[in-house]
Design a protein around this ligand. Structure first.
Ligand code: SF4
Length: 222
């Protein structure tokens, strides 16, 4: 039985403060948003179709899908990384301050060699009246190469899914806040090409280095 102090707190909870509860809430939010919601949507959007791909899955190493199924704990553990938590707080701040549509789901179907595929995007911020989609990116540094290739690819697919005029990427970093535009919308053949030509890794120079599965992946380039 846990010991109870004179104030009624159980001794093992004595060091707990409201900040601990905040961290718990933030992690739960991340898991809900990036894990449970994706899986629910995948189930919902899988009807009458052979495959569902989220935009971020088309812009990264395809092997990650398999690794995620094999080692889900490694994916969940990322929710506790400070950079991921900070990134999510930045997303929430940007979405709260903008007066437009947030977390907008858009989908299109593409006929491919592997069957009928539904491509799904969850767009951070969408301005329908201006026909612009926005992807918010938190980074530790504002490097010379921004906008990065994989970010451009991602937002171009969002713009295509939303039939938007163009996309913007908002880099929010401690070194500066830099909105980048315009990113031209992709098209159906871009999506088709990405679906039919999976790569592992997709970005040879850096993807394995930052991958949560690199220690257990047999094709890691590290
Ligand atoms: S370690 Fe590299 S090849 Fe393996 S899943 Fe990660 S990114 Fe892909």
């Amino acid at each position: 039985m846990p010991k109870t102090s004179s104030k009624g707190y159980r001794s093992e909870f004595k060091g707990r403060n409201v900040g601990n509860d905040f961290v718990r809430e933030l992690v739960d939010h991340i898991l809900r948003k990036y894990h449970r919601r994706h899986e629910e949507l995948r189930k919902e959007l899988s009807k009458d179709i052979d495959h569902v791909y989220f935009v971020h899955e088309l812009c990264q190493c395809r092997r990650k899908l398999l690794m995620q199924r094999l080692y889900p704990e490694l994916d969940v553990a990322r929710a506790y990384e400070p950079a991921i938590m900070l990134g999510e707080l930045v997303h929430l701040g940007a979405e709260t301050l903008t007066h437009s549509e947030k977390e907008v789901v858009k989908a299109k179907e593409v006929e491919t060699r592997i069957g009928k595929v539904r491509v799904v995007g969850i767009i951070d911020i969408y301005y329908p009246e201006r026909s612009v989609v926005v992807d918010v990116k938190y980074a530790r540094r504002l490097c010379q190469e921004v906008p990065l290739e994989h970010h451009k690819l991602q937002v171009s697919l969002y713009a295509w899914l939303a039939d938007a005029k163009y996309g913007e990427i908002w880099y929010i970093t401690p070194e500066g806040i830099k909105p980048y535009s315009p990113v031209k919308p992709a098209n159906e053949s871009t999506a088709k090409h990405l679906i039919e030509n999976p790569k592992s890794p997709m970005w040879k120079k850096w993807e394995c280095k930052y991958c949560q599965y690199s220690k257990v992946c047999s094709v890691s380039m590290l």
